[in-house]
Design a protein around this ligand. Structure first.
Ligand code: CTP
Length: 417
């Protein structure tokens, strides 16, 4: 790509909003003042060249990124979190700028050495070219130089641009997946996100040798990759593909394939007013047909939070108890469902189409009697467990249609107290 064309993209407010353009030029000016070659790298360059809106950016400098960060904070404010070991810093941008994301990574160009496959690498400062060569795919290994007269120069030593044009995901060297098998997950994500193909030797390197390293990855790292998949628009395609590659049994022997019958539900946004999360829904749909001990053991391997483990467990329990609940009165449904997370109930609704579940979420869970604990006290009743029983009985009467107005509730109350 000619420099002029790239400059046009960088100045296009539909691709890079003007406030972000200003931020970039401020950073570039500070880097120039420090005589530090400064680049924007990775996903930003890839998406800009694809003509997509870019939002997030990683800045790499040939020099000390922490020093650049300190200068930026001194001039513009915000807060710097330096990581001395990695020569990187996270700059929390001044609040008044109201930018999203509100942090920015500043990285010192580096080389990485992997002492052990699957372990985190050891990092040493290096040139931008070394930095690009340590990356995952050619399409992610381009940089645009930012400072001074160099603004808008594309660095593409690995021919990422050609692969971008051909729609190919290509690793940089044959040991890439062995050194970092999270890249297998990333390849699958880019393949479906951009409708690209895995270049043939890259495809062949997703093989027993690289898959064998997956068990060495921490639960947190694997879950992060799976979370990223579930957050994507095409997550169903990605999770089915990951199963085809045999990734799951390397994560945990009981981890099943994703049930293709459920895959359309990954992209459903609940229409009801319930807290929702695409990743939570993903794990629920994936694991709901397992037995309790399978779910718990996978939850441990993937380092689930206790809330996530509980939500997934709740889906599986509810799905298994549906045959016993079907045909019950609304009060029975309500008291059985009430302690479960609403999203778990919604997911069981998606796969079962049991209308009672939707009735619970949209109507029944909000039904309450008029009478309160204070009303019972005013009647001279002693507070205690009996209060709960009375209020539950009144609520059940409303739910089941035995009471339909305030007077009828009053009559029932008189009967039972
Ligand atoms: N990277 C890598 N190996 C990894 C993770 C990341 O080489 N296992 C490099 C890639 O060059 C990537 C960059 O680090 O472009 C930033 O990573 P990340 O923010 O995860 O990805 P993005 O490129 O921003 O892409 P996405 O749109 O998927 O977030």
């Amino acid at each position: 790509m000619q420099k002029d064309d790239l400059l046009r993209l960088l100045r296009d407010p539909n691709l890079l909003p003007s406030e972000k353009q200003t931020l970039l030029s401020n950073i570039a000016a500070q880097a120039a003042a420090l005589d530090m070659p400064c680049y924007i790298v990775g996903g930003f360059v890839r998406d800009l060249l694809l003509g997509k809106l870019v939002n997030d950016f990683d800045i790499v400098v040939e020099g000390d990124a922490i020093k650049l960060g300190k200068t930026l904070v001194k001039k513009f404010g915000g807060k710097l979190t330096p990581h001395d070991k990695f020569h990187t810093a996270i700059w929390r941008l001044p609040e008044t700028w109201n930018l999203i994301p509100d942090t920015l990574d500043l990285i010192t160009a580096r080389k990485e050495t992997y002492l052990m496959p699957g372990a985190l690498p050891t990092v040493t400062p290096a040139t931008i070219e070394d930095d690009l060569r340590r990356r995952d795919f050619t399409i992610n290994s381009m940089a645009i130089r930012m400072e001074g007269d160099h603004f808008g120069e594309l660095l593409d030593p690995l021919n990422g641009q050609a692969d971008l044009e051909e729609g190919l995901i290509r690793i940089l060297h044959p040991r890439s997946f062995i050194e970092d098998p999270t890249r297998i997950f990333r390849a699958i994500r880019y393949e479906a996100r951009y409708s690209f193909n895995l270049e043939s030797s890259t495809f062949n390197l997703i093989n027993p040798e690289s898959l064998d390293i997956i068990p060495r990855l921490s639960g947190e790292r694997i879950r992060h990759e799976l979370d990223l998949i579930f957050e994507e628009g095409n997550s169903s395609q990605m999770i089915l593909r990951a199963g085809e590659f045999g990734l799951f049994k390397m994560i945990h022997p009981s981890l099943p394939l994703f049930n293709a019958d459920y895959s359309d539900f990954l992209d459903v946004d609940p229409t009801l007013d319930i807290p929702t999360s695409r990743t939570e829904m993903g794990y629920m749909l994936w694991l709901m047909d397992l037995m309790e001990d399978g779910i718990m053991s996978i939850a441990e391997r993937l380092d689930f939070t206790s809330d996530l483990a509980y939500s997934v467990w709740a889906v599986s329990q509810l799905k298994k108890s549906l045959p016993f609940l079907t045909g019950s009165k609304p009060s029975v449904w309500t008291f059985a469902l009430e302690k479960l997370p609403p999203l778990s109930i919604y997911v069981v609704y998606l796969v079962s189409r049991e209308n009672a579940l939707l009735d619970f979420l949209s109507i029944w869970r909000h039904v309450k009697p008029h009478t309160t604990g204070n009303d019972l006290k005013a009647r001279g009743l002693e507070p205690g467990p009996r209060f709960g029983e009375i209020l539950t009985q009144l609520r059940a009467a409303w739910l089941d249609g035995d009471v339909t107005n305030k007077q009828q509730e009053e009559d029932l109350l008189n009967q039972i107290t």
